[in-house]
Design a binder for this molecule. Structure first.
Ligand SMILES: [Ca+2]
Length: 406
């Protein structure tokens, strides 16, 4: 996952009043006493972790490490428990995640824990991260497409035992200060565990990278639940029938970022309008393009979201395109849904669905996005149609599932 769309958000709040659940997270930097677990994670402050390399299967400790990438890279992806003065955010110890400059694409190192979450309960996960090699102060104008040196941290919850939908975000660190990252989510696959993890991703400009991680935990938060009564598609013009051939227009939006080589336009096929997005093979690592529409959602209601997509330049030899597809909450800068949707290996239309249970009511953004970095330097052309967001699931007696939330 890698997304840098915050700068197109209507409003990015730096002071969102989010409740801190893990009391251990509030321990000041100079504190010496180990932070006791107060959320659902075991040893959130790493104080009980053995100093040195953390084993890939951490066993009793509860921490789980994943190394993803080529065999030649995996050996140099490391997770170390540090116990040195001045390193930890709290207590004595913290973790260090490192990747070598040769890391690229979908290669990264991850640490996290699996927890069973309740249905109809909102959760908040928190982690503190630091890029120790960064400057004291971020360069002016530093952002995801500025080319300023950075470390890219990925903080996500993944449902269905780590194989289902996502909630989370990527954060670019431009300075060497401890930074708190928070995400809120609800369970979309009750009865199965959720993997909550932090990853260090390859930089856009290859370089050896290390981040420190401390006070990583998840806990329950409580908010009132409201009732969703809309039954039809909440999106406007979900089938693009109100669009004119060519430029994408309201209620839909389309924008490129970091370059203009990814093209999006409305096309008519057999009297049916679709949106076509395409990018040439040489599209750079900093380029993205996004199709989106804002919708208002009700906190705690369950929605089913679907979209038809077709791999237009299908080739049996090419890697399947990866389409960033999901729903985004601008105020908390958090992404939900399939996110890295690998298209099926066919040139035919396929429907891609996911469930969403918003942890926050109000404006959300449904989006389909192509990224230059994730498509293996291959040209990609896709068509998109019939984007639908519906509340609840029709039960036999005609009652909506969301009514059960009363
Ligand atoms: Ca610690």
């Amino acid at each position: 996952m890698r997304m840098g769309w915050d700068r197109f958000g209507k409003r990015v709040s730096s002071g969102v009043a989010l409740m801190i659940i893990a009391a251990g997270s509030a321990v000041a930097a100079e504190a010496v006493a180990p932070s006791e677990p107060s959320g659902l994670f075991f040893d959130p402050g790493f104080e009980r972790s053995v100093t040195g390399a953390m084993e890939e299967t951490a066993g009793q400790s509860g921490w789980e490490i994943q190394k993803t990438g080529r065999d030649s890279i995996k050996e140099s992806l490391t997770v170390m428990t540090l116990d040195e003065p001045g390193t930890a955010y709290s207590g004595r110890k913290c973790l260090a995640l490192s990747i070598p400059r040769q890391t690229s694409g979908f290669e990264f190192v991850t640490v996290g824990q699996r927890v069973m979450l309740k249905e109809d309960q909102e959760y908040e996960a928190t982690v503190w991260v630091r890029w120790p090699d960064g400057p004291d102060v971020a360069p002016e104008g530093a952002d995801a497409v500025s080319g300023a040196p950075s470390a890219i941290v990925s903080f996500w919850a993944r449902h269905r035992d780590g194989n289902g939908q996502f909630a989370g975000r990527d954060v670019w660190l431009f300075d060497n200060q401890w930074t708190k990252i928070t995400i809120r989510f609800r369970e979309t696959d009750p009865g199965q565990s959720t993997l909550i993890y932090v990853s260090l991703l390859p930089n856009q400009t290859p370089v050896d990278s290390t981040i420190w991680v401390d006070d990583f935990d998840v806990g329950e938060v409580s908010d009132p639940v409201h009732i969703e009564r809309r039954t039809s598609n909440i999106l406007q013009d979900g089938d693009f029938s109100a669009q004119s051939n060519g430029v994408i227009s309201i209620p839909w939006y389309y924008k490129t970022m970091g370059g203009t080589s990814i093209v999006g336009r409305v096309a008519t096929e057999d009297q049916n309008n679709v949106v076509k997005m395409s990018m040439p093979p040489e599209t750079g690592n900093y380029e993205s393009a996004q199709l989106w529409q804002h919708i208002g959602l009700v906190e705690g209601a369950r929605y089913e979201i679907s979209c038809r997509m077709r791999w237009d330049n299908f080739s049996a030899d090419a890697p399947a395109p990866i389409v960033n597809y999901g729903i985004y909450h601008e105020e908390s800068r958090t992404w939900y849904g399939p996110v890295d949707q690998v298209l099926e290996r066919t040139g035919e239309w396929r429907v891609y669905r996911f469930a969403h249970v918003p942890p926050v009511g109000g404006p959300w953004k449904i989006y389909v996005q192509l990224n230059g970095w994730g498509n293996f330097e291959k040209g990609v052309a896709i068509s998109v149609d019939d984007i639908i967001c519906r509340a609840g699931v029709q039960l036999e007696d005609g009652q909506e599932e969301s009514e059960r939330l009363k």
